[in-house]
Ligand binder design. Structure first.
Ligand SMILES: [Zn+2]
Length: 378
């Protein structure tokens, strides 16, 4: 959820937390080095004593924006004392994300808007998607946008086991092709965004270091990077959310990241991080519903094999978009099959073989079947 409208006001809020946490860490370090045992409470007292004089602006922001940093710092130091973490460092405006926490009694959600103390109603770019008991919220800033993440408790859904299986080909041409024949296209908008990013990068390097214009250009590049990451993530979420509820068994190639990224066309739509993310999202969403994801070995020739008879087209090239089976006895003999669809069907078959469904049990799974398993399977 992001809010754009009130970001100037919000900057004051988040700012009070992150880069300008008024002297708390310095005071903590002083107490620590003086042999005292600092605590969030002592620190808060110290702060309140000097607040009116030295930090009058903190009265203008919400109570939480100035309370939470002490608690956060307290937590960080507790972890440090217990040997679980490094000693807290001073926050840097460049390195740190500004953020503050609100407990559920300190804000109110409306349709498309949120009420934040001292700020009033702030419009949100998106409605809350989940309904349940609101626990709390954290407001953060990324690439000059403000976000609010709201924690909501929702009852566990009982996973209903699905007796259907699907194979997925992650592709050069299409982002993903399912063994059902459904395809998910690569996104033209991503191409446009990447072009803009290249231009913005060039502009950045033409600007004089340390100048205002350079800072402006730097922020523009950061925002574009962020936007592109969002687009990619959004597509992956949509794709995995559509697949997971429908299939109990999902076969997918062991994504050979290095190999795939050598191909420039693919690396455009898939960064290595995105590929890993795709698999992580898919696995967690499928398993959450009681299903399983099966990875098929990366040397399994999914593209070069006829899914119906197993005939291999050894000379098949990356540019061959159609698979033509040359086996006279095959029912797909010289029938044009979409390359990625054929591959997805092979991946499905191989995945089922790996978990012990023999070929006989799955002969029904062809392009003209819907991938239903025998009733006792799954
Ligand atoms: Zn064939």
């Amino acid at each position: 959820m992001r809010t754009k409208d009130s970001r100037t006001v919000l900057r004051g809020l988040g700012g009070s937390n992150a880069p300008r946490l008024p002297g708390a860490l310095a005071e903590w370090n002083r107490q620590y080095e003086a042999g005292e045992k600092p605590s969030a409470l002592k620190l808060k007292k110290h702060f309140n004593a000097i607040r009116r004089e030295q930090f009058p602006w903190t009265w203008d922001v919400t109570k939480n924006a100035s309370d939470q940093p002490f608690l956060d710092l307290g937590k960080a130091f507790t972890a440090f004392f217990e040997g679980k973490a490094r000693r807290p460092r001073f926050k840097s405006k460049k390195r740190s994300k500004a953020s503050f926490y609100l407990a559920n009694d300190q804000f109110e959600l409306g349709d498309h808007r949120v009420w934040i103390p001292k700020l009033g109603w702030v419009n949100m770019a998106e409605k809350p998607r989940f309904h349940g008991k609101v626990i709390g919220a954290r407001v953060t800033r990324t690439a000059d946008w403000w976000f609010i993440s709201i924690t909501v408790a929702i009852p566990d859904e009982r996973p209903e086991k699905k007796h259907t299986a699907v194979g997925i080909d992650v592709g050069l041409n299409r982002l993903a092709t399912l063994s059902t024949g459904e395809g998910y296209e690569n996104q033209a908008f991503l191409r446009t965004a990447l072009k803009k990013l290249r231009q913005a990068n060039k502009r950045l390097h033409r600007r004089k270091p340390g100048s205002k214009n350079r800072e402006k250009a730097r922020r523009q590049v950061a925002r574009l990077h962020y936007r592109i990451a969002c687009m990619r993530e959004d597509v992956l979420h949509q794709l995995t959310s559509r697949i997971a509820p429908s299939y109990g068994i999902v076969g997918i190639e062991d994504l050979n990241i290095q190999g795939l990224l050598k191909n420039r066309r693919l690396s455009l739509s898939f960064s290595d991080a995105a590929l890993g993310k795709f698999l992580t999202l898919l696995t967690s969403k499928v398993e959450q519903r009681g299903g399983q994801v099966i990875q098929v070995g990366r040397y399994f020739p999914s593209s070069k094999t006829c899914h119906s008879c197993g005939w291999r087209w050894e000379d098949m090239d990356l540019s061959d978009r159609l698979f033509l089976c040359q086996n006279h006895h095959c029912r797909y003999h010289r029938v044009a099959q979409d390359r990625d669809h054929n591959a997805a069907l092979n991946i499905l078959r191989e995945a089922l073989r790996l978990i012990g469904y023999s070929d006989q049990a799955v002969t029904g799974i062809g392009s003209d079947e819907d991938g239903n398993l025998p009733a006792d399977a799954g």
